[in-house]
Design a protein around this ligand. Structure first.
Ligand code: UDP
Length: 350
């Protein structure tokens, strides 16, 4: 099967490309390398181009003739989306329209979309199921909810078009082979920041809020290993190839860990008693976000194999050490070791 992967040089995209490549799929990656890395594309060819360039998108689809498109390419930093909403709507919504139009014009009908638990905002019920209302609380989440609505309408209008929308919860960890991992400058995610603090890149890990109505006062999240998530994309592609109908699926394990539990585990796994300080709440953080995760198992036959917080953090830690080592060789350093990056309470989200 031939798969076009937009954003295939990024974190989740590159893990999915690796898995597809290992299983013998033919891959073409379409990425502008704005946050992705060429070295992270381990299989297939890379087209360095932007989705705003519709002519190129169409030409690439016409020449490659994919059986399915997996669409990762998007901006994902929540506070940036609050400051620059038009940039987010243009890239995440308008460029997705370019891609869908090009697919339609070239007769490519199967689409897997990177959505997010951010579409739920602050859910009324936890674990949250796929039927819960879309109620995003920031422009990033709005762009994902908008694309989901576009997909619903496009699916209704077209005879052949079908899609799987995967709503990611908190994606973490790295390739156990240590070939790829999270590699963007100045990340905001908890597990990445914890391992970067353990390795000495940051002096302190801040806990954003200890007065939430949860078991220990800190926020609870459903952390999913990036390779299990990659597997969900592969199964989604197969599902569409077998004629499966359009569907929206949560991607999580269905269990939550608090920030304090993550920090304790990170200290144990890394063996480093790094500095941790309490800080005010970060704007827009729901107290608890945990997936109801049955539907994806039932519909796609998804069987997660890395549902283990220690393992998730261990692979993130192993990758971080490998990344630092390689930065001295042919990798581009995102930050000199020891230099404190901004602690503005930035918030990123998958
Ligand atoms: N968090 C934290 N310190 C950090 C980064 C994150 O306390 O340095 C908290 C954050 O407030 C949230 C949880 O960890 O409650 C998960 O945040 P993350 O940015 O990893 O993912 P999100 O759930 O926002 O997508």
């Amino acid at each position: 099967m031939k798969i076009l992967v937009t954003g295939g040089a990024g974190y989740i995209g590159s893990h999915t490309v690796k898995l597809l490549g290992e299983r013998g799929y033919e891959i073409l990656v379409y990425d502008n390398l704005s946050t992705g890395n060429e070295w992270a594309v381990l299989y297939g060819k890379l087209v360095k181009a932007d989705l705003s360039d519709k002519e190129t998108v169409r030409k690439v689809i016409r020449e490659f003739r994919p059986d399915a498109v997996i669409h990762f390419a998007a901006y994902i930093v929540v506070p940036e989306s609050v400051r620059e909403p038009l940039k987010y709507y243009r890239n995440n919504v308008v460029n997705t329209l370019n891609l869908l139009e090009a697919m339609m014009e070239e007769g490519v009908n199967n689409f897997v979309f990177s959505s997010s638990a951010a579409v739920y905002g602050i859910p009324e019920k936890v674990p949250v199921d796929e039927e819960a209302p879309l109620n995003p609380i920031n422009p990033y989440g709005e762009t994902k909810a908008t694309v989901e609505r576009i997909l619903r309408d496009f699916d209704r209008a077209m005879d052949n078009f079908r899609y799987v929308s995967l709503r990611y919860f908190n994606v973490a960890g790295a390739d156990p082979d240590k070939k790829i991992g999270f590699a963007y400058p100045d990340p905001t995610h908890l597990i990445i920041r914890a391992v970067k603090t353990a390795i000495g890149e940051y002096k302190t890990l801040y806990i954003y809020g200890t007065d939430y109505p949860t078991r220990d006062g800190t926020c609870i999240r459903d952390y999913i290993h990036v390779v299990d998530l990659a597997e969900a994309h592969l199964l989604a592609v197969n599902y569409l190839a077998e004629g499966g109908k359009s569907i929206v699926l949560n991607c999580g394990y269905g269990r939550g860990y608090s920030v304090l539990e993550v920090i304790d585990t990170a200290k144990r796994v890394t063996g480093v008693d790094f500095d941790v300080k309490e800080a005010p709440r970060r704007e827009g953080d729901p107290p608890e976000l945990v997936a109801k995760a049955e539907k994806i198992k039932r519909v796609l036959g998804w069987k997660p194999v890395y549902d283990d917080l220690e393992f998730i953090i261990k692979t993130a830690w192993e990758w971080e050490k490998e990344y630092i080592k390689r930065m001295g060789e042919d990798f581009t350093s995102p930050l000199p070791l020891g230099e404190e990056s901004s602690q503005k309470g930035n918030k990123g989200q998958q």
